[in-house]
Write a protein that binds this ligand. Structure first.
Ligand SMILES: [Zn+2]
Length: 64
């Protein structure tokens, strides 16, 4: 499954619920990272981002 041309990129309209900042795809699109909060939001198998802070994982840069 790839992004179809002409399909609006969800990342253009999605924002971190914590800081309202832009999100970035990680793990091949399976998660959305907020670089400002160091939180990674899960994306369901259907490609629906779960932008709930209680569902987010800490994603500390450089953490082991
Ligand atoms: Zn954030």
């Amino acid at each position: 499954m790839t992004d179809a041309p002409g399909k609006p990129d969800l990342l253009d309209i999605l924002a971190c619920p914590e800081c309202k900042g832009p999100l970035k795809r990680i793990d091949g699109g399976k998660k959305l990272l907020c670089p400002a909060c160091h939180l990674a939001y899960p994306v369901t198998a259907d490609g629906v981002p779960v932008l709930l802070s209680e569902e987010a994982e800490n994603h500390e840069p450089g953490a082991a």
